[in-house]
Design a protein around this ligand. Structure first.
Ligand code: SF4
Length: 169
């Protein structure tokens, strides 16, 4: 017990400092305004894990926590692609997930926004060239924007969403 306590005291805090609230608020307010202009209401997102090892998902789920609280900016995660305006896809796309991803894309009503998340979603990342991987998201379905990073932080995800919605407009 004493050894664990000593190790904890010696190691200190190893997590990254949180994003500055003022930066977060600024991006979030711009995002809310862009969403209202582009969609006339809130933005509904279906997150698709097309084969990622779940590290990008941890960052995405951070957006729904009390610190980022993305719903206050007019973004909501939904359970069905039929209720979604946007697909947020993490990759790499494994061969097993290529067909379900295509079907999810087809089930999402037009006009849909497709965003590939992370270096894996961009081009397969660390897993590019694996026998089990079909490629990045754009190798399977049309992609409007990419949010690179391994992983992109929740703040980078918000900034990437803002950029994607602006460019689409
Ligand atoms: S891009 Fe990096 S963090 Fe995201 S799923 Fe791939 S390996 Fe994990």
């Amino acid at each position: 017990m004493l050894r664990q306590l000593w190790t904890a005291l010696r190691t200190g805090i190893v997590t990254e400092p949180p994003a500055r609230v003022s930066d977060l608020e600024r991006v979030g307010e711009r995002l809310a305004a862009e969403i209202t202009r582009a969609f006339g209401r809130s933005l509904h997102i279906r997150q698709v894990d097309a084969g990622s090892p779940n590290c990008c998902e941890i960052e995405i789920s951070g957006l729904t926590g009390p610190h980022y609280d993305l719903e206050r900016f007019g973004l909501h995660f939904v359970a069905s692609p039929r209720h979604a305006d946007c697909l947020l896809v993490t990759g790499p796309v494994t061969r097993n997930m290529a067909e379900p991803l295509r079907r999810t894309w087809e089930a999402t009503p037009d006009p849909k926004l497709v965003i590939a998340v992370g270096d894996c979603g961009r081009d397969g990342g660390l897993f590019r060239g694996s026998y089990a991987v079909a490629g990045g998201v754009a190798d399977v379905i049309p992609v409007d924007a990419v949010i690179p990073g391994c992983p992109p932080s929740p703040a980078a995800l918000l900034a990437g969403l803002l950029d994607a919605i602006r460019r689409r407009r």
